[in-house]
Design a protein around this ligand. Structure first.
Ligand code: UDP
Ligand code: MG
Length: 316
């Protein structure tokens, strides 16, 4: 029988937890064994953990982990992932905006062979100052990373365990889970879901999230594309500066030789020098990064034979 873990990050959601837990337990399909409903209390300052403690006593399948301080949704999810036991892992928000009745649809979709099924809040029930930035964010991320999903940040997702074991979330990278999964070779699809307005408590994310979200895009771009070849990034940018600086200095040298001196007081000279120095420094950063990489990247075991006639999954 396929086993399922449901993971719920919680930050000050005391009034929603009991109804949510009851809803989840009531909507597990008969052919699926729920092995854990795990709440990760992300340093709540209200009575969330007391409510969770009571739920754990009542239902042996419910577990709760308490983080000593608020570390953010991404780290709460990461802690949950590290403890996940099921073949399938479902994550959902704790505020009843995601509907537990949709759990069977996620499981059905995942059984079509995908590694990740990501909820798509088509008609999102949030104020405009949350939905508009979110639309912009989704459009840009989909285009930059060439991933055909319509909603990256939906908390309602279903994963195969293999994928969960490979993901490492920190900071606010929960918004980029599909991008990180894609870089691990995961197959994915989105699934339209109902979205309810928040009934209790407050949203933890304001308008500033758009700005932070785009900064995180830089982190994700760099870490997914250049983690193992930093010189391609630093070298590329550095050489552009160095060539620009070199070209400016050659041009000024030609003027000087041609008799159009003095050039010592021309702003262009300072730009040329600054670009050249900056370019060389950026390239050097890339070389240092490559040295670190080489130092850390030692193969543990020498490859001594190639196994012929059988197929081996390589996870590294
Ligand atoms: N959350 C969390 N840690 C945080 C902020 C939020 O675990 O620092 C949880 C929160 O309790 C909820 C989910 O993440 O279960 C989504 O948060 P929220 O509903 O505030 O986000 P929104 O739906 O407004 O985007
Ligand atoms: Mg919410």
């Amino acid at each position: 029988m396929t086993t399922l873990s449901v993971i719920v990050p919680v930050y000050n959601e005391q009034d929603s937890l009991t109804e949510l837990a009851t809803g989840i337990l009531a909507h597990i399909p008969d052919d699926i064994e729920l092995v854990q409903l795990l709440f990760v209390d992300d340093g709540s300052t209200d009575d969330s953990f007391d409510v969770l403690r009571a739920l754990c006593k009542e239902h042996p399948v419910i577990g709760a982990i308490r983080l000593p301080v608020n570390r953010g949704k991404a780290e709460a999810l990461d802690v949950g992932f590290r403890h996940a036991m099921g073949d399938i892992v479902i994550t959902m928000d704790a505020d009843l905006q995601d509907d537990p009745a949709e759990i069977p649809r996620f499981i059905d979709k995942l059984s079509e062979g995908y590694d990740l099924v990501s909820g798509w809040k088509g008609a999102r029930q949030d104020p405009w100052h949350k939905t508009w930035p979110s639309k912009l964010f989704n459009a840009v991320v989909a285009r930059v990373f060439k991933i055909p999903l319509r909603d990256f940040n939906c908390g309602f997702k279903a994963y195969r365990r293999r994928l969960v074991d490979q993901l490492s979330l920190y900071g606010e990278l929960h918004r980029y889970i599909p991008v990180l999964a894609h870089s691990e070779g995961a197959t994915m699809v989105d699934l339209p879901v109902q979205h309810h307005p928040r009934r209790h408590g407050q949203s933890k994310y304001g308008a500033g999230r758009l700005f932070k979200g785009f900064l995180d895009m830089l982190t994700v771009l760099v870490t997914t594309r250049f983690l193992k070849r930093p010189l391609h990034l630093f070298g590329g940018v550095g050489l552009i500066f160095a060539f620009a600086g070199g070209a400016i200095l050659i041009y000024l040298a030609a003027l000087w030789i041609g008799g159009l001196r003095p050039i010592g007081n021309r702003p262009l000279l300072f730009y040329g020098m600054a670009f050249l120095i900056l370019g060389v420094q950026i390239v050097s950063l890339g070389i240092v990064a490559e040295l670190f990489l080489k130092f850390n990247h030692r193969r543990e075991k020498p490859v001594t034979s190639v196994m012929l006639g059988c197929v081996k999954e390589h996870s590294g």
